[in-house]
Design a protein around this ligand. Structure first.
Ligand SMILES: Nc1ncnc2c1ncn2[C@@H]1O[C@H](COP(=O)(O)OP(=O)(O)O)[C@@H](O)[C@H]1O
Ligand SMILES: [Mg+2]
Length: 203
């Protein structure tokens, strides 16, 4: 299968502080790629570069064959991202968060109920996000990232701080997505998670 994500000698620094130094890898379609590194290693920075939110200082990154500095709306529609609960509104209910997202992306609302059931959130659909536990918030964040049926998923420490049971549920969802052909880029600072879940991992 074709390479879906390519990094070629990517380097980045914030002012004089080097963060990424000539990072090179290729990720084929349908792969779960785990990036393992301690806090501060540059994992989030790399995801921001790969999704076009930040421009690297050197090197080239490509997503779905396009330079990540030139991603268009049509490529953005094929990406799902879960990072720092971005895209969740604390005062809106669980259901309304997904409905809001569906409306923005012109996705039918009809799949929301099923998605909430799949993530064990259906009973909590009327609760505002501010009242959810960390595990529930992560599950909602992942559900939101899956809504546009993305072909590439970026998950920034999706299980950080979660109990083992919730962590296993999230891993099961990732494996299901992989079976559907989704390419998954996942970061973690947990060595066991990288081994349990990813087909390829990089330190
Ligand atoms: N916008 C920014 N401005 C300055 N420094 C930053 C910025 N974002 C991240 N950093 C620094 O870059 C390094 C890597 O950060 P980050 O990519 O968030 O690492 P990780 O996600 O692996 O914990 C850290 O030292 C962090 O403080
Ligand atoms: Mg990070």
């Amino acid at each position: 299968m074709n390479d879906v994500i390519v990094a070629n000698n990517l380097s980045h620094r914030f002012a004089d502080h080097p963060v990424l130094n000539q990072v090179t890898f290729r990720i084929r379609g349908g792969e779960i790629f785990g990036l393992l590194g301690p806090s501060g290693a540059g994992k989030t920075t790399l995801i921001k570069i790969l999704t076009g939110q930040l421009w690297q200082k050197e090197g080239v990154a490509e997503l779905l064959g396009t330079d990540t500095r030139k991603l268009t709306a049509s490529e953005h529609r094929r990406i799902g991202a879960m990072m720092d609960h971005f895209g969740l509104y604390e005062r809106l209910s669980v259901y309304d968060n997904l409905a809001f997202y569906a409306d923005i992306y012109h996705i039918s609302r009809t799949g929301i109920g099923g998605l909430l059931k799949r993530f064990g959130l259906y009973e909590s659909r009327k609760i505002p996000v501010s009242k959810l536990s960390k595990g529930m918030t992560n599950r909602l964040s992942l559900a939101r990232a899956l809504m546009n049926d993305a072909s590439v998923l970026f998950l920034d420490e999706p299980t950080a701080g979660l109990d083992p049971a919730t962590m296993r549920e999230i891993h099961a969802v990732l494996k299901e997505q992989k079976e559907r052909g989704t390419t998954i880029f996942l970061t973690t600072h947990n060595m066991f998670e990288a081994q349990a879940c990813a087909t390829t991992w990089l330190y």
